[in-house]
Design a protein around this ligand. Structure first.
Ligand code: CA
Length: 397
């Protein structure tokens, strides 16, 4: 008997393996991150990177900086294009025109430390920057499945901010703890995995849904809509035994007003079964490797996989799959990248259908095994029964 692991739990396993202690983050233009001389940030290299889209310079400034005046037991080391060291109480201000700034707070155990508070930010240079044009969606009619790409970069590990505007994140109400992904499919319905919410159908207050999220640590990079949950509906034929029909619908308390929100849009639902197109590229998105102590910046990631033939998948997994499942895989790609309940999307032309829900797999430790997804088209009738007519039309139709 094989044990089926649920991807949400496997994400935790991957997390622990990574075990990075020191702060690492990426900053966009106008973003900043403060650090102090807390234990976590001491005697290790903090790494600040500019996002690809950022045009400004990394700037370190320390409004409070009272280190050992003799420069023997404590110092602040800043590595960029050149290396600078600070120790005496002084005005620290470093501007780095490269893409990376590494900072180390080096303290001996016996050092007497005063107040230390520093900020790293990406500040626009005085030169005119070339910002991507704002979305020119001025009509009231919205369309589903349109990715938002400021610059034409596809298939990077990190998504662009709000590139996949249907991406949802489920968080526990009492702790804000992110535990699953989801897909916005209308103005008030989010599709997720049954195994994310089963048992909680009568307590919709246990979680809430974040839309528009990108970096779970920063609050400045994107406008996030947090929505309470009105009701949770688990697919009536969901089986926890073999994870068949791993679908659930979450209805939001407040409908998303697509006129107001420039960052949130639904994915399209598939009108036919596209999962049989073996070898076609599909995209899975999720935070997958969320670190649970809020230690490091974590942003939405994407991985491009290929659809795998059903029979071949059963052979490779040595497991019987149900008709409501399909598989995707790519050599060398981390199969635990996505969050359970999150989207697997496919673009036949210019817009994306959510054709799969991230369901289960044998995990990060077995990178040669395909991941298994719930086939959204098989649940179309059940979804339509609750969601009704699509809020946003398929483009070109
Ligand atoms: Ca954020």
């Amino acid at each position: 008997m094989q044990t089926i692991h649920i991807l949400g739990l496997l994400a935790l396993t991957c997390t622990l393996v990574q075990g990075q202690a020191c702060l690492k983050t990426k900053l966009s233009d106008g973003e900043s991150l403060e650090f102090t001389n807390s234990e976590d940030n001491t005697n290790c290299w903090m790494v600040f990177r500019k996002r690809r889209s950022a045009t400004g310079n990394l700037v370190l400034s320390c409004p409070e900086f009272e280190l050992d005046p003799k420069c023997k037991r404590s110092r602040l080391v800043v590595k960029g294009s050149e290396t600078k060291r600070f120790c005496k109480s002084q005005n620290v201000n470093v501007e780095e025109d490269g893409n990376v700034m590494k900072i180390r707070l080096a303290f001996r155990a016996s050092a007497q430390i005063g107040a230390l508070r520093c900020t790293v930010s990406v500040q626009e240079t005085t030169m005119t920057s070339t910002q991507p044009p704002p979305p020119s969606n001025t009509t009231n009619s919205c369309q589903c499945g349109i990715a938002k790409r400021g610059q034409r970069i596809v298939g990077g590990e990190e998504t662009q901010i709000n590139e996949y505007p249907w991406q949802a994140l489920l968080r526990q109400t009492n702790s804000d703890f992110p535990f699953c992904g989801g897909t916005l499919i209308s103005e008030d319905w989010v599709l997720t995995a049954a195994h994310c919410v089963t048992g909680e159908e009568n307590s919709p207050g246990f979680a809430y849904v974040s839309l528009g999220e990108h970096d779970v640590r920063l609050t400045t990079e994107s406008e996030v809509i947090d929505s309470e949950i009105l009701r949770i509906i688990v697919h009536p034929n969901y089986s926890s035994r073999n994870v068949d029909n791993d679908f659930a619908l979450i209805q939001l308390k407040d409908k998303i007003k697509f006129d107001d929100s420039t960052v949130v849009r639904p994915a399209c639902l598939p009108n036919e079964d596209l999962t049989t197109r073996t070898g076609q590229d599909v995209v899975v998105t999720g935070w997958g490797t969320i670190r649970y102590e809020g230690r490091a910046s974590e942003f939405l990631q994407e991985v491009t996989l290929k659809l795998v033939d059903f029979d071949q998948c059963e052979t490779r997994l040595n497991t019987a799959l149900t008709d409501n499942m399909f598989c995707a895989y790519e050599d060398g790609k981390d199969s635990c990248q996505g969050d359970s309940g999150g989207p697997l999307i496919y673009a036949e032309t210019t817009f994306y259908d959510v054709i799969g829900v991230v369901s289960w797999g044998y995990g990060c430790a077995s990178p040669n095994l395909p991941g298994v997804y719930a086939n959204v088209h098989k649940a179309r009738a059940w979804i339509d029964q609750y969601v009704g007519e699509p809020t946003c039309a398929r483009p070109g139709l």
